[in-house]
Design a protein around this ligand. Structure first.
Ligand SMILES: [Zn+2]
Length: 88
């Protein structure tokens, strides 16, 4: 899992805003993100440990330890979902 910080998500956030990939909620902290460039589908997972956020993706960038836009897309959906839960 990759630790998500403000610094290492900057580029991915910009790319995510540009590409606007579709995100589907699967369960808990698991999401499916559809690639904007091709027909690839990535499973994105999240975890929180000691107040720090972690993300995982199946794409090549994430395998290298980089935060990809799939993770950001999933994280955005995750935050949105959490906020809906809190609103109940
Ligand atoms: Zn990815």
């Amino acid at each position: 899992m990759i630790k998500l910080t403000t610094e290492n998500t900057v580029k991915a956030v910009a790319k995510c805003k540009q590409l606007k990939p579709r995100v589907k909620f699967v369960k808990d902290r698991l999401f499916v993100v559809y690639s904007s460039n091709n027909s690839n589908v990535y499973h994105v997972r999240f975890d929180v440990k000691n107040g720090e956020k972690f993300g995982q993706c199946e794409c090549r960038a994430a395998e290298k330890g980089l935060v990809c836009y799939h993770i950001v897309a999933g994280a955005t959906a995750n935050i949105y979902r959490q906020s809906l839960k809190l609103a109940k």
